[in-house]
Design a protein around this ligand. Structure first.
Ligand code: NAP
Length: 473
């Protein structure tokens, strides 16, 4: 089945197509166009030419259409979940959870559309500002480029597009080539909800071709990218002077102190390492357990891990689905083998069948081994021990990334101290680092990115504050 792209206000065919397969299999389920240079040029020119149509929408109109989009997504709930599961490989239950979150992201964005305020500036606070009134208005960035990853093809696209709509921007949406159908559904929903067709382009195709061509386009002044650090660096190099919001990778840590009864949340801990086959940016990758409780923790953890069911993502009882590709699974397997060579122990066993990598816990991997120091993005977690808080902080911060970190302790002073000392965008006390609700400020430091998402915070990035000064005498 050949699918279409959306530009110049209508769905259009491509010239060349690429296949999208059901993850875990080699079955091609549909084909999407590889957008051509000419189509991209037409798409961006059309958005620029029709910019006024989007800019003239009132806050109330933007609120209403985002709210309507939420209602349409609610109606298309199960169909959308199935598409996400098929093309991303996450289990059907994980896909349903993503749609629920997408509904909330739309709702939060709709609400925020009504709260985009400027400020009154006391001009006469300056010796030279007498008899002047100053206030600011929030001007939307005209065209925002949303480039999105495969792992949350709906909700992470919504985290860019819905706040951009709330702010009054026009949008070019380039989804991951692994998961374009979720993006198509989202575009359909926004159009049905009343977003002007003159304000959105949905362009599929390769990152290195279509993505990069868009990144270089001078008419696009804001790039909102979620993906790997490596591609973020590449975009930085080629984009030139543009605003950038980057949500990148991580090797998130969970720190466990003996004063916290970890058994209360042990199932969540295990889930936090293997959800979406470990392909969550805030997946638990490094577990640091205080030395005296490590042995018991590992025993308890493995008792839950051994019951996880690996299998077809559409089966209701599957816990861990396939990875996004066989090559991604092979790379992770290779990293585990290298850690074993360096003295690490892998439990229960290293096993891979095509793109299915069975979940493992890796004990005593050296801190500089890939499974510890790099982003694994696979169903694996490393468990190492620490003896002092200083040692723990040094290990956690010894990372090129800094997205979120979980700290389990019942000592409030220690919790606050660590919250200040750990170099990340979010510290989650007494829960796993993978915790996120969609209205909180979310983003990283160091190699994990710049800028924050969460509708209220994304909107701040999508607008420029313009000062208006009136001389009154
Ligand atoms: P990726 O390989 O970096 O790709 C992300 C997007 O960038 C895709 O749409 C891709 O298109 C496009 N792209 C690739 N090369 C490009 C280029 N040269 N110019 C412009 N666009 C380009 O990431 P992924 O494998 O899809 O997703 C996994 C990564 O995303 C992980 O590192 C994960 O941690 C990160 N992530 C971060 C967050 C967060 O909020 N911090 C959330 C989710 C995921 P193609 O698919 O066509 O190549």
């Amino acid at each position: 089945m050949k699918e279409k792209i959306f530009f110049e206000g209508k769905w259009q065919e491509g010239e060349k197509y690429f296949g999208v397969y059901k993850k875990g299999t080699k079955e091609i389920i549909y084909e999407f166009p590889e957008s051509t240079d000419e189509q991209i040029e037409k798409a961006v020119s059309y958005l620029e030419k029709n910019r006024k149509k989007v800019k003239s929408l009132t806050s109330f109109e933007r609120y209403k259409l985002l709210f309507k989009a939420k209602e349409i997504l609610e109606k298309r709930f199960e169909e959308t979940a199935k598409i996400i599961s098929l093309e991303s490989g996450k289990t059907i239950n994980e896909a349903r959870f993503e749609v629920k979150r997408g509904i909330e992201t739309l709702l939060f964005s709709a609400e925020e559309a009504k709260r985009i305020y400027g400020e009154f500036i006391p001009m006469d606070a300056s010796e030279f500002g007498k008899d002047r009134i100053g206030f600011t208005i929030m001007e939307p960035d005209p065209i925002v480029l949303a480039i999105t990853p495969f792992n949350f093809p709906l909700n992470l696209a919504l985290h860019k597009i819905a706040p951009a709509i709330a702010a009054g921007c026009s949008i070019v949406f380039k989804p991951s080539s692994y998961t374009p159908m979720s993006g198509k559904v989202l575009t359909e929903i926004l159009l049905e909800a009343g977003f002007p067709p003159e304000g959105i382009a949905f362009l599929t195709g390769g990152g290195g071709t279509v993505g990069e061509r868009l990144v270089k386009d001078k008419r696009i002044r804001h790039i909102s990218f979620t993906g790997s650090k490596e591609i973020g660096e590449r975009i930085s190099l080629v984009a030139g002077m543009k605003k950038k919001t980057f949500e990148l990778g991580s090797n998130s840590a969970l720190c466990i102190f003996p004063d916290f009864d970890y058994t209360r949340i042990l199932e969540r801990i295990v889930k936090g390492a293997y959800a979406l086959a470990g392909q969550v940016c805030i997946s638990i990758q490094r577990i640091y357990v205080e030395k005296s409780i490590k042995e018991k923790f590992v025993e308890d953890y493995l008792n839950i891990l051994k019951n996880l069911k690996v299998g077809d993502q559409l089966n209701e009882d599957t816990d861990v689905g396939p990875m996004i590709s066989e090559s991604a699974a092979e790379k992770a397997e290779e990293w585990v083998k290298k850690a074993i060579d360096k003295g690490a122990k892998v439990l229960p066993e290293l096993k891979r069948e095509g793109s299915f990598l069975y979940p493992v816990l890796i004990l005593d991997a050296p801190e500089d081994s890939e499974v510890c120091a790099k982003e694994a993005f696979a169903p694996l977690a490393v468990c190492n021990s620490f003896e002092t808080e200083e040692e723990l902080v040094e290990k956690v911060n010894n990372s090129e990334y800094g997205l979120q970190c979980g700290v389990l302790t019942s000592d409030i002073e220690r919790a606050i101290k660590l919250a200040k000392e750990i170099e990340v965008g979010g510290v989650i006390i007494n829960d796993i680092p993978s915790f996120r609700v969609d209205h909180m400020p979310y983003g990283g430091v160091k190699g994990s990115g710049m800028g924050r998402e969460g509708p209220r915070y994304a909107i701040r990035d999508f607008v420029e504050e313009k000062i208006v000064v009136i001389k009154v005498k």
